[in-house]
Design a protein around this ligand. Structure first.
Ligand code: SAM
Length: 260
């Protein structure tokens, strides 16, 4: 396939068959799975998915890939490509409310936006290739310097694990950074937008203590902020990065009375 790679679309493709197999095996999809892929590229991952799943819908923004991908679509009855910007599609229109899993090698320039959009639709599982640094942030445990609002958001709704580390040499053209595959096993919890805002507020100034962030973010006295942490059973001098996702949720529930 002749193709002019578009850096602005994060086009770093995979062709290594063993890597494609490892991603699909790690996703745990079966012949009963309905899979959504974001970013078909040359369709290498898409083809493995079409061979192993019940149904695959794959979104691709770059219409230069259309001719090539439509030939692949002809080979598989269970495969459909949608040539649209995933961020603007109404996903419900395509899933029809049916349970689905996500498997994708994500375009890195909009990784977080795509993850946030997908979380709102509560997939069954999500197996995504992202920049290694992003994977480490999302999978980080409390007290790790990489732990932040995105780690808590993801760990609130899913059990998240890094299942593969993938060196940059596996992609063409070769990107500047290494990658990793994250697997999310969703627990069915719905994310509340106010909880997300609350988390961003808690992590706003990472070097400040949590009491200071709570006091300025909620517009309450330091004493009131300290009481929130005392009720939680945590040290009043702690920083946001010390709390687990469950502790953040409990803190949020207490703080709701302050009009978040
Ligand atoms: N799945 C292929 C693979 O693994 O070889 C390609 C992955 S490549 C990292 C990401 C793909 O996402 C590119 O083909 C790019 O054109 C596409 N893409 C970028 N932004 C997109 C968007 N907003 N909606 C849909 N596809 C997008």
């Amino acid at each position: 396939m002749e193709h002019k790679f578009k850096k602005q679309y994060g086009q770093n493709f995979i062709k290594d068959q063993k890597l494609l197999d490892a991603i699909v095996c790690g996703s745990n999809i079966t012949k009963d799975s309905f899979v959504i892929e974001i970013g078909a590229g040359a369709g290498a991952l898409t083809e493995v998915l079409a061979q192993r799943a019940k149904k695959v819908i794959s979104f691709e923004i770059d219409t230069d890939l259309k001719e090539h991908l439509l030939k692949l679509e002809e080979k598989y009855d269970n495969l459909k490509f949608v040539f649209e910007d995933f961020m603007s599609v109404d996903l419900k229109k395509y899933t029809g409310g049916e349970e689905f899993s996500v498997v994708a090698n994500l375009p890195y320039y909009i990784t977080t936006a795509i993850i946030s959009k997908l979380i709102d639709f509560c997939p069954k599982t999500m197996t995504i290739m992202v920049q290694k640094e992003v994977a480490e942030r999302i999978g980080a445990s409390p007290k790790n310097s990489a732990y932040g609002a995105m780690s808590v958001i993801c760990q609130t709704v899913a059990d998240v694990k890094i299942i593969l580390n993938v060196p940059k040499t596996f992609f063409y053209p070769m990107p500047e950074v290494d990658s990793a595959v994250l697997h999310f096993n969703f627990n069915g919890k719905k994310l509340d937008g106010k909880f997300v805002n609350f988390l961003h507020m808690c992590f706003k100034a990472k070097r400040k203590t949590l009491v200071n962030n709570l006091s300025s973010g909620l517009n309450i006295s330091k004493k009131e902020a300290e009481n929130l942490l005392i009720n939680l059973g945590t040290n009043i001098n702690c920083r946001a990065e010390e709390l687990s996702s469950d502790q953040f949720f409990a803190l949020y529930k207490q703080a709701e009375k302050y009009n978040i």
